[in-house]
Design a protein around this ligand. Structure first.
Ligand code: DGY
Length: 343
């Protein structure tokens, strides 16, 4: 009996690969390198696959799905984001999609806080000074590398945290940042469901004056720290553009742990250079991972950038990988994907 072909575009780690390897009737075709699979390799090996394991590095396009063939049943991505997958290509063929939300919520929320602090407290420029070996020329200074405080405190009665998107990760980030002394939370999300009772309960629980849904204009104007945590894709492309950034406070900090294209890079560079905002903390950047050494954001002293590692704790990545593997097994063997994306 011929085995079921499974295309594995990335080795997702020993424990989760063992789950895939344990399926004796599966023939795993595995990309042999520790980097995203080359398109040529994917296209050459996809035809005939019934299941597919992908990460953010591989694009699941209409073209790929078509050439893979009508036997394809389940795609399993090791990610919460699905902007690398052309969803209509799957939906129109009744191909199911497994993904990995929830298990990364805490790790991404932790990292979002880290980036807010890095951007507000001048970590990039202070590290540059330190590594240049010239700190001794300046010594300790009363205002050296001072930045805005995140929460309310001496000289600052109110502090507002803003969220573009108010899903699981935003709410986990709010819980964390409440401990820094923020007093209000405003958020924008495109859903029209009335959340006022939940918002009040959240405000009470966290000791905030209010948690309130606002329009984009107010979000930009009132946030002291703004986290962008919406999914990628055409609906959220450049929501944070020049007009938005110009409305922000000069002491505000923008943190993007969502997707790079949410923020218009050119506008952000201008905003940092001209002081429309205080700083930016970025886990994701437009055009990633091809960020050249002369990328303007890498040279902005008030910009802290890390290479899309917000979910990168060992425990979280292992959990994502395991969920990715079990989603595929569940989808193909039991007719039930543990965590399925609603196409
Ligand atoms: C995801 O899973 O989509 C994240 O961006 C990875 O951290």
């Amino acid at each position: 009996m011929s085995k079921t072909k499974i295309l594995v575009c990335r080795d997702i780690g020993d424990k989760s690969m063992a789950v895939l390897r344990a399926q004796e009737d599966w023939n795993l075709v595995i990309w042999p390198h520790d980097r995203p699979a080359d398109k040529e390799w994917v296209y050459a090996n996809a035809p005939g696959s019934v299941g597919m394991v992908v990460t953010l590095g591989e694009k699941v396009t209409e073209e790929l799905v078509a050439l893979t063939g009508p036997q394809l049943k389940v795609v399993s991505t090791m990610s919460v984001g699905v902007d690398h997958v052309e969803l209509p290509a799957l939906a129109s063929r009744h191909i199911r999609l497994g993904y990995t939300p929830d298990v990364l919520t805490d790790a991404v929320a932790d990292c979002s806080i880290m980036l807010a602090l890095m951007a507000s407290r001048n970590v990039t420029s202070s590290q540059t000074l330190l590594r240049s070996g010239t700190w001794g020329n300046l010594g300790w200074g009363p205002y050296l590398f001072c930045g805005p405080q995140i929460g309310a405190g001496p000289g600052k009665k109110e502090s507002t945290v803003g969220f573009l998107g108010f899903g699981r990760i935003s709410q986990a980030t709010l819980v964390r940042i409440a401990a820094f002394g923020v007093t209000r939370c405003v958020y924008y999300n495109s859903g029209r469901k009335d959340r006022s009772a939940e918002d009040q309960a959240l405000a009470d629980k966290l000791g905030l004056k209010e948690v309130k849904r606002v329009e984009l204009d107010e979000l930009a104007r009132s946030s002291d720290v703004l986290f962008t945590l919406v999914p990628g894709g055409k609906d959220t492309f450049h929501i944070v553009d020049e007009a938005f950034l110009r409305k922000m406070k000069p002491t505000s900090v923008l943190v993007n742990t969502g997707r790079g294209p949410i923020v218009d890079t050119q506008a952000l560079v201008k905003a940092l250079k001209e002081g429309w905002i205080w700083g930016a903390g970025l886990d994701v950047v437009e055009g990633e991972p091809n960020i050249p050494a002369d990328h303007p954001l890498l040279h902005e002293p008030r910009c802290a950038i890390i290479p899309h590692i917000a979910s990168a704790t060992i425990e979280t990545r292992e959990a994502m990988a395991m969920l990715c593997a079990t989603n595929l097994v569940g989808g193909l063997k039991e007719g039930k994907i543990g965590v399925e994306y609603d196409l």
